[in-house]
Design a protein around this ligand. Sequence first.
Ligand code: ZN
Length: 138
Amino acid sequence: MKSYRKVLSFHLPTRRGFVNITPQVEAAVAESGVSEGLVLVNAMNITASVFINDDEHGLHSDMEKWLEKLAPEKPYDMYAHNGYEDNADAHLKRTIMGREVVVAITQGKLDFGTWEQIFYGEFDGKRTKRVLIKIIGE
Ligand code: ZN
């Protein structure tokens, strides 16, 4: 069995944003030499997510509004976590959107359903964060 590890780095200029990281994951699969196996992609920070959905800007706008309804950024003093940092909403948004995804690798390609793409979701940006890619298989 082969195993391959790669860490991606992100530094978004805004507090929140979604980045399609499918090309980086595809590149890692190619580098790994694995043709049949699994790839795990996870955020290495508790205020960021990795998730799978459609790369459609209307949907991303809907997600931003939905997350703001569920866990509004402000007022900061509504959260017990805030004080030293004002990022309680980012922890909650990360929990809603998830930590990681696992995708099958079949014949050297990501074995996606229709329109599936992998995204990095940032909820407390303007600083560097990491995403882990771990690939196992043969
Ligand atoms: Zn925090």
